[in-house]
Write a protein that binds this ligand. Structure first.
Ligand SMILES: [Zn+2]
Length: 493
């Protein structure tokens, strides 16, 4: 099996609601409310997922139990502290209670899933992040089969999408079989959205698989594939390849019949095709990348995109662009930038080695004769400034190769200590900004590997410098994890 990038096209032109970022996740710190009983000393918090940790389960019922003196679990009465028990998990699959000292356990229930329990936990540590896996009682099914075209090779391939995460090891030439007039044909298979199991780093699950059969195949059979829990699909799927529909079927041209091809036609076409398109901003999958569809698209006759890999083809005016972050509260643009030669798939951190507001730093880059700039600056007060539009490569990291594909961010320090500390306000702003950048640019996950291969990189990886300082480097894993929680809380189709 030849493994392709997991960034292979996921869904062609599926639309998302452009949902607002969920508010900051509550910090798990002791809260002094005024309870009838003991004050909270810690909290019990965590999330519910199925198969892989990014696949959060919303709408599950989470019930908190404490252990009584006889060692029996008793449902906790949270009302005295103004909290609710049970709770319903949110889009991030999250639950959380502030609790007094004791031993606690969470029960998770949801229709069509086996009931699940967390281990007993002592909440006094104040920082819990309990991950509770749910297992579906329903057998997995083939949810969709679509035909796609690789925009580099111009070759057709087929994507099979299952209703659940499947065990990648069970997807092979025995379970996915193409035939050509009855004779078995060769096929390469790759998991399009593979992710490590929530329970083990050595097991991978995926929901979508890209199949690259030899030319001229006539039939596809899918059988005996197992999901993450070992449950087999119940039936054998036999599909004539000529009946597989293409992934995108847009109605193009003068959709509203007003005699002109205009942006409104594009909106109608998208809405009619996918059934999901708000009048305001929306996101569009473009070769697996989530592009931003501007509400004010100023039609120019062709679809525009940041790169040549656009799979949407339309004769109507529709500006597809990633735009800049709405989180920037100050804009002062410098022309110290280049055109990008690569799509944005990284974020690179720097520190200012000084204490500045975002505006100070941004203005400095505009005024100085030094050949330096950054896409964004974040002040010690959490302010965010735009210095170089995302569509351009900023001059920040001493690495053209990195900055061509990265959004670069300068962080203010909040003092002059050796650790090059940054304030909590700056860190919170950074996490918000990174999540927003990832969402608009189709970065599915921010990965910190400690070297330049990850999608979260730092200046130090490219040149002999201390930038961004010991503190931020230590925080990189946390930053990536917090950003990924927010990405996981977004709808995926
Ligand atoms: Zn730097």
């Amino acid at each position: 099996m030849k493994k392709r990038s997991i960034l292979m096209p996921i869904l062609l032109a599926a639309l998302l609601w452009s949902a607002a970022l969920p508010g900051g996740r509550p910090l798990c710190l002791p809260t002094l409310f005024a309870p009838a009983e003991a004050a909270a000393v810690g909290c019990v918090s965590g999330f519910v997922y199925e198969a892989v940790r990014s696949n959060r389960i919303e709408g599950a019922t989470a019930t908190l139990y404490y252990e009584d003196k006889a060692g029996k679990p008793v449902v906790w009465d949270a009302g005295a502290s103004g909290q609710q028990n049970p709770q319903t998990t949110d889009r991030a699959g999250a639950f959380r209670w502030d609790v007094p000292a004791g031993k606690w356990r969470v029960e998770i229930a949801k229709e069509h899933y086996e009931k699940a329990y967390s281990d007993w936990t002592d909440a006094a540590s104040g920082r819990q992040n309990i991950a509770v896996p749910l297992v579906s009682v329903a057998a997995p099914e083939v949810a969709d089969v679509i035909k796609k075209r690789d925009s580099y090779t111009q070759e057709d391939y087929i994507t099979v999408i299952f209703s659940q995460y499947m065990d990648r090891d069970t997807i092979n030439e025995d379970t996915i079989v193409f035939t050509k007039s009855g004779v078995p044909a060769d096929c390469e298979i790759s998991a399009a959205d593979g992710e490590v199991s929530g329970a083990s780093d050595y097991v991978y699950y995926a929901r979508s698989f890209d199949l690259f059969p030899e030319k001229g195949v006539t039939e596809l059979t899918v059988k005996n594939v197992r999901n993450y829990a070992g449950t087999k699909i119940e039936k054998t799927y036999r599909i004539f390849t000529e009946t597989i529909r293409p992934a995108v079927a847009f109605t193009l041209g003068d959709v509203d019949g007003d005699g002109a091809v205009a942006p409104a036609d594009a909106r109608l076409a998208l809405r009619a095709s996918v059934g999901l398109f708000p009048d305001g901003d929306a996101s569009v999958f473009r070769n697996g990348a989530r592009a931003f569809l501007a509400a004010d698209c100023d039609g120019s006759g062709t679809i525009e995109s940041g790169d040549a890999r656009t799979i949407l083809r339309a004769s109507v005016g529709l500006a597809l662009r990633a735009g800049n972050s709405p989180l920037a509260d100050y804009v002062n643009l410098t022309d110290k930038h280049d055109d990008r030669t690569h799509r944005i798939d990284k974020i690179t951190l720097h520190h200012m080695d000084g204490v500045m507001t975002a505006q100070d730093c941004c203005d400095y880059f505009c005024e100085t004769k030094r050949q330096v700039s950054a896409n964004y600056c974040i002040g010690y007060d959490g302010s965010i400034a735009l210095n170089v539009e995302e569509q351009y490569r900023a001059w920040t990291s001493s690495s053209e190769a990195n900055d061509m594909r990265a959004i670069t961010i300068e962080m203010s320090n909040d003092g002059w200590d050796d650790d090059r500390h940054v304030s909590d306000a700056s860190l919170a702003a950074l996490i918000d900004l990174c999540a927003d950048i990832c969402l608009r640019n189709g970065i599915d996950k921010l990965v910190y590997t400690g070297d330049a291969y990850g999608s979260l990189t730092v200046h130090k990886m490219f040149i002999d410098t201390d930038c961004p300082g010991p503190y931020l480097i230590r925080k990189c894993g946390y930053i990536a994890a917090e950003v990924n929680k927010r990405l996981a809380a977004q709808p995926t189709q």
